[in-house]
Each structure stands twice: as C-alpha cells, then as structure tokens.
Ligand binder design. Sequence first.
Ligand code: SF4
Length: 361
Amino acid sequence: MKYITEFRDKSIVRSLVNEIKKVSKKEIVLMEVCGGHTMAIHNFGIPSLLPENIKLVSGPGCPVCVSSRKFVDTAVIYSSYKDVIITTFGDLIRVPGSKTSLEKEKANGADVRIVYSPLTAIEIAKQNPDKKVIFLGIGFETTSPTSAVALINACKEKVNNFSILSSHKIMPPAMAALIDEGVKINGYICPGHVSVITGSSIYQPIAEKYNLGCVITGFEPVDILQGILMLVKQFEEGKAKVENQYKRVVKPEGNLIAQHSMNEVFELRDDWWRGLGVIPMSGFKIREKYCMHDAEITLAVDVPEPQEPKGCICGEILKGLKNPKQCKLFGTACTPSDPIGACMVSSEGACQAFYKYDRFK
Ligand code: SF4
C-alpha cells in the first residue's frame, strides 16, 4: 500500500538502525510528546532496535492523561442533570474521576454519548432542542480546530443548546515547563499531528532557549528511526535546531485555516497538567464572544479539589522520570480493563502502551 509499506520496509529500517549505531556515541535521552508516538514506538518495538546508550521516554503527550480529574468530575456533575446530554471522545468516558466515571454514570442512566467529532454533537443538539448538549473539548492543537469550527457553526446556525467544556491545551509551554523543572532530556521527538496544524516554527524558542534538538516526526517505523537519527546527529555535532522529518505532511506554515479558527474562538489561559501542575498560558479558554456556548459559564458548578489515586505515579511517568513498570500497581491492580490512572485508560497512554506491548519483556 502506498505510503505505508515503504515506511515499514525492513531493509530501510535495518539501514537506519545501522546508521544510528554508527553515529551515536554518547548517552542520550529523547522524549516523545505525542500519544500517537508513544503507541507507535512500543507497537513497532523501536526501543529494542536501538543501542543501549539511547533512551526513549514518554512525556505529556496524551491529552486524556494530562487532563485534570476536576474536568472529569465537572462532566460527571453535568451528566447528573436530567436536561443534559454529554458528548465526548471515547477515551475520556472511562477515565476515573474522584468518585466515578462517565462510563459508570452512563450505566446508571446518564445520557453520555461517544462521538467522533464535535460536529456530530451539534447534530445531536439540533435533534434535542429541549436538552443542553455539552461536548467535552480535550486535546492539543490537533483537536482544538474542530472544536473551534463546531462553535463557529453553532453560532451561525443558532444552535443555542450546544456548548463546550474546554480542556484544550497547547504543547510548547509543557515542553518548556519540563526543562524548567529540571527534567534531563537531550532532544524532543516533536508531535506530527500537532505540527500539521501549527507548522514547525512553534518549536524554535525551545531549540534556542534550551539548546535542544526538536525533530518533527511521523508515525511509521522508518519515520521514527529517521527522526531519532536526526536528533542523534544534532546531539553528537553539538547542534540544536528544529528539523522536519515529516515533510510529506507538515508544512512550515502549518494549516492557516485551522489556526485562524482556533484564534477566532480560543484565547490562552493558565492551565493545569497532570504531573506538571499549572503552566502559564498553556490552555485554551473560549473567548467572551462565544460565552453563550461555554459550559464553564452557562453551567457553572463548584467542584471540590480532587485527589489523585493512591499509588498511581502517572505524574512522574508524564515527566519521563519513571516508566510504567516502576508503578507497583502496573498490571496487577491497574490494567486496561480495570484502570486506576488516566495513563492506563487512554489508548495513547504510556501505561497502556507498556501493558499492550512491553509487559512481558
Ligand atoms: S499503572 Fe496505573 S496506577 Fe500505575 S501509573 Fe499507570 S495508570 Fe497510574
């Protein structure tokens, strides 16, 4: 199949691995900050192909994993209202809140529906004019544009019973916060999907300020290995720049239409990230102009400060300080079918990736 087979070609994989082994001399730690990369890296067994001096760690790249329990608790409260329909991407429904999850509340009769796009949520709102339909907006620059377009459409079409609870976030402040906190890495495998929207320049300040290589990388084995090779070469040569391995998809300027929609609807605010706490100007708030579609305003609720589950080390995993196997609950009390923390729930979470592909290694 075009565009898949050539990026999984064994002979190309072998030659990239040989080249990496030839070039790489020093100890190097590379972090991926995209749940898609986390899954792909473990699915394709990339760590087992690399020499021992190259360590890959996962960062805060899984949207469900970095979102707060308070967000889930708020959605759970909304779901208890008889005139509310909650619409959400599938991963989020199973994330444990402080006392329960949306999945459990759905089983108890709450109207919680999985959608693949907020545009479907608008259709649900049109079909149910006597209900308030809330879409749980989660994800980085990748999913924010679709939420933005949904709000713009809801305004144009006067679908006044549609609103979004926004937990949308942007990636560069978290990448900077990790280094500011003292996390030791030598380069970022930059997220391909985010970069399709933003373009490549958003990583420039990180490369310059922290002297770190940033390589935008695709999701197939050849992509990932080539991205690693580019980072290793930079590191060995003492360089730190932004490079784009994923040129077939990511353009320097990104997707201008998507950027325009995001800027039209959202403005930046301080936001909380699991493991990192509050990061200045790292989250998207809905602009006042669209406040009648902002669930935080139309359905304001007081939610007690939540506690993280006892024994769960998701926060340290999301900072690349520990790997899931170092959690005492991994694979015993915490499994994908009975998860304790968000990193095991999400199909992009590091704990689930380790459980699926690495737990017997
Ligand atoms: S294995 Fe479960 S409890 Fe442990 S860090 Fe991962 S999600 Fe949390």
